[in-house]
Design a protein around this ligand. Structure first.
Ligand code: COA
Length: 173
């Protein structure tokens, strides 16, 4: 058992080598008909590495958030499968932590860093969209997202809700 002070925490973009571990976390975190396939996670890391951020404890991946770019202002089924190079909307597809690491504030911390990374480093992105299940809406609201309402996206058995966050930047002088 680690004390928090013993843990070396790092937040960084995933390398291709770490996608397999992200896939193991994804499989454990979502029902089988919702979890992304390994090839899909590989595509996201390969095509939009700037949108694949992980939290590591002592070098071990414990959770991640990933997405792709689109030019649509709403979250569509296409953005789940595609990355549009230079797209101005970041579509988050997955935020997932190891079961034993949940409820410790790490997920919210990662979301805040994910948003800050877009705001500060990805200046061609002006909006973040995602879909989530009803019970997770409070989590995304805490991260700053607004609820738009039910989504037309179908995936697995449950209903999905769309949320968005507009990236606010101060005008440059
Ligand atoms: C959703 C998930 C990423 C949240 O990460 P986490 O590290 O457990 O969340 P945190 O501990 O940072 O929680 C931050 C806040 O959000 C709330 N929250 C977290 N998960 C929630 C959930 N599923 N429903 C409602 N509120 C939730 C917490 O209560 C907490 O509120 P507080 O600050 O008032 O105490 C994590 O539970 C997970 O991996 N779930 C499985 C995959 C999944 O469903 N991802 C969402 C995809 S749409």
């Amino acid at each position: 058992m680690y004390r928090m002070t013993d843990i070396n925490v790092s937040i960084k973009h995933l390398s291709a080598e770490d996608v397999g571990e992200a896939y193991n976390i994804e499989k454990a975190g979502y029902p089988a008909d919702e979890a992304a396939a390994l090839e899909m996670l590989n595509l996201r890391q390969r095509e939009a590495p700037e949108l694949f951020l992980g939290r590591y404890h002592n070098g071990r991946l414990i959770g991640y958030a990933c997405g792709t770019r689109s030019n649509s202002k709403t979250y569509t089924s296409e953005c789940l499968r595609l990355n549009v190079v230079g797209g101005s909307t970041a579509c988050i597809h997955s935020v997932c932590f190891r079961v034993e690491e949940r409820g410790k504030g790490y997920g919210l911390d990662l979301m805040k860093r994910y948003i800050a990374n877009i705001k500060n480093s990805l200046h061609d992105i002006d909006k973040i969209t995602l879909v989530c299940k009803e019970d997770v809406i409070p989590f995304y609201k805490k991260a700053g997202f607004s609820l738009d309402g039910p989504s037309c996206v179908t995936l697995g058995q449950d209903k999905w809700f769309e949320c968005h966050l507009d990236i606010q930047r101060s005008p440059t002088k």
